[in-house]
Write a protein that binds this ligand. Structure first.
Ligand code: FE2
Ligand code: FE2
Length: 449
């Protein structure tokens, strides 16, 4: 579960509850960070990369200390605090909670589930697509609207439901759109084919409705995974595609990072489902062929990390996030960028290529919420083939860089150059990266033969 992008800090010293909780929460827990002292809690709160979005503090520290703690914590940021109460007779009244500055209390929790239930109350699902209503524009007339207010959605991936939950437009020229569907309109069965036949590859929704679309694709990916649906990989690729578009066109806001986090979580689950399946990687490559570049690199990096022995969800998600953001500086400036093979670039494109790694580092560092490994990978993802080629690179950076190259030379290339990629490009990287790609690809060819 992760209904928000960040962590919940639990400060507890009641030995019985602590024992129960620590059985369920370990250092790889995605949601909860547990500390035993208020001093440790402050140290965690001081680091912005801890991304603490909620706090549970135990009343076992005593009323005065808890009050002091909440006051200081509130000074550090507007983070909701709940109190953990371990005896029914100590349950606080509304007035007492208010005086403490606490948002709520959890009385006699037994373990992680009780904390999770409270978190769901604090952070309900923010997006509900049912809320979208018909927008004022009239259907069927050409309208002057701004390109910058719209997001593209692949036409062939469009039909997720019987009814359209969005106001859908056709882009007929620069800043000109034609509204073709109102929110609530039913889809004709041949809706997508009709537009695909006319070579319309994208339909457009307004940016302020797009996060609802992501919500829908996220639910769709989650349900596909849970049911082990044959098209689960496609659903995840589609979610990744939308996440990458949103990160590039709208930015690294909290909502988009939340969806990125969910995409990465689904990717890890899916990679585990297919890891022993012959042909699993091959199918994944097909699903990713049309996804946005950052999404494809992210999934490939996860696949490679898994093959290299990274086991924890947290570690694979960090690698996937680094891959998702590796070209962030490019996509914030340009919605479309030519495949970045440096020998093909000229003029402004070449200039942007030369600065994008350093600019990406600046964007991410300024936000102050990303792990060092993510920032290093962005910094180093072209290093092997730059004037800094002699300097050491981290394993994570090499995973991201090699996955990037795989997408450019093999996965998304009109003329895949697999041998060139394996023998020439990967020669600069740690040998185990080449071995891991060989193992992944062999599994593919064995099933194909
Ligand atoms: Fe790049
Ligand atoms: Fe790239």
């Amino acid at each position: 579960m992760s209904s928000f992008f960040g962590h919940c800090l639990v400060i507890e010293r009641d030995i019985f509850f602590l024992e129960n909780l620590l059985k369920e929460v370990d250092s790889t827990d995605e949601t909860f960070l547990v500390t035993k002292t208020l001093a440790d809690a402050f140290n965690i709160l001081k680091r912005p990369q801890s991304r603490i979005k909620a706090i549970y503090v135990s009343l076992s520290f005593g009323g005065p200390d808890v009050t002091q703690f909440i006051i200081k914590a509130q000074e550090m940021g507007d983070i909701p605090v709940c109190v953990l109460v371990h005896q029914e007779r100590l349950r606080l009244s509304e007035g007492e909670l208010q005086r403490l500055g606490a948002k709520d209390q959890v009385v006699c929790p037994e373990g992680r589930d009780a904390l999770l239930a409270q978190l769901k109350k604090l952070f309900p699902e923010r997006h509900n697509w049912a809320k979208i209503s018909v927008s004022p524009e009239e259907k069927g007339t050409s309208l002057d609207l701004l390109d910058q207010d719209f997001m593209p959605i692949g036409t062939d991936a469009f039909l997720l439901t019987d009814k359209c939950f969005f106001n859908v437009f056709l882009r007929i020229g620069e800043n000109r759109f034609l509204k073709i569907l109102n929110a609530g309109d039913p889809f004709d069965s041949d809706f997508a084919e009709k537009y695909t036949a006319k070579k319309v590859s994208n339909l457009w929704v307004k940016k302020n409705e797009h996060h609802q679309y992501m919500h829908l694709t996220e639910k769709n990916a989650a349900s596909g995974l849970a049911r082990l649906a044959p098209d689960a990989g496609k659903r995840i690729a589609h979610l990744g595609d939308n996440v990458a578009k949103a990160l590039g066109r709208v930015g690294l806001g909290e909502d988009n990072l939340l969806y990125a986090d969910r995409f990465l979580g689904h990717t890890v689950s899916y990679l585990r489902q297919i890891r022993t399946k012959d042909g699993g990687a091959q199918k994944l490559f097909e699903d990713l062929a049309r996804a946005e570049h950052p999404a494809a690199v992210s999934v490939i990096a996860g696949l490679l990390a898994q093959e290299l022995g990274f086991e924890s969800t947290k570690a694979i998600k960090i690698i996937g996030l680094a891959a998702l953001l590796h070209d962030v500086a490019i996509y914030q400036k340009r919605a479309k960028f030519p495949l970045e093979l440096v020998e093909d670039l000229t003029g402004e494109d070449l200039e942007l290529f030369h600065t994008h790694a350093a600019d990406g580092v600046k964007i991410l560092t300024d936000m102050g919420i990303f792990e060092e490994a993510v920032i290093q990978a962005v910094a180093q993802h072209h290093q092997k083939h730059s004037i800094q080629a002699g300097r050491a690179t981290t394993l994570i950076s090499e995973i991201v860089a090699a996955s990037d190259l795989f997408c450019h030379f093999v996965l998304n290339s009109p003329e895949p150059r697999l041998e060139f990629f394996l023998n020439r490009k990967l020669a600069d990287y740690r040998p185990q990266i080449g071995d891991a790609f060989e193992a992944i690809l062999k599994r593919k060819s064995r099933s194909a033969s």
